[in-house]
Design a protein. Sequence first.
Length: 282
Amino acid sequence: MIISSQTINLADIAGHYDELDSFYREIWGEHVHHGLWKTPHETSEEAAVNLVELVAEQGEISTGDRVLDIGSGYGASARLFARKFGAYVTAITISRAQCDYARALDPGTNPEYVLGDWLTTEFLPESFDVAVAIESSEHILDTREFFRRAFAVMAPGGRLVICSWLAGENINAWQTRWLLEPICREGRIPQLLTAPELIAQAENAGLVSNICRDLTNKVWRTWSIVVCRLFRHLSSNASYRAFLFDGRRRNRVFALTVCRLWVAVRTGAMQYGLFRFTKGAR
């Protein structure tokens, strides 16, 4: 486990996404997560949808399922679960900017967008058939509590699908010092688990591990695309340069973090995994 050298609180995480809101939407789009390339010819937008559809497949999401999207960002995944798969979706995020955007774009009742902290927002016990966390468990302050609460809200036979950034299992000192720890600190990630550590915490909460897939080789192109888009915007958009050199901006360092992430993935210091857990037997 890699732990940030600076204490990270909920306001830090929410502030990261609120302050970088326009940059995330311009560089990543509505899907603030990796893309999954099935072929070399897909666009980044198609690859992002591929990842969400894989999550839906692993979660066996179907018509009428009650789905909880933990750390839902701008709600793009939640909308796909609702519209393509016929699920009833509750989407929760701690970012007011993300929640406001999702509600303005989609003012209906499905998905339902909730502004709140997953660790403190109360949901009825056993009220969801499927829970998903696409690149959000990394930001949870207490991952043990994350899994305990997931277990509590899942119905018997329920499925939890997680896509997560991971620390490599055989990293060296320079990768920790110059890549992973700064990524945690600058990216507002309290701790970065390895795949076995993540599975162990889920199992300790009572969940059964079904699937662990290393998707690193299918998603790594995301960071090459993000780095290129970032530098293209920096060279052509004065507002990007103004933000980068404004000392009052707490999250301007994320431009450097993006480069660290590219190196971390390319050197094996960071991996990317998909996990499926169940609550008892179906």
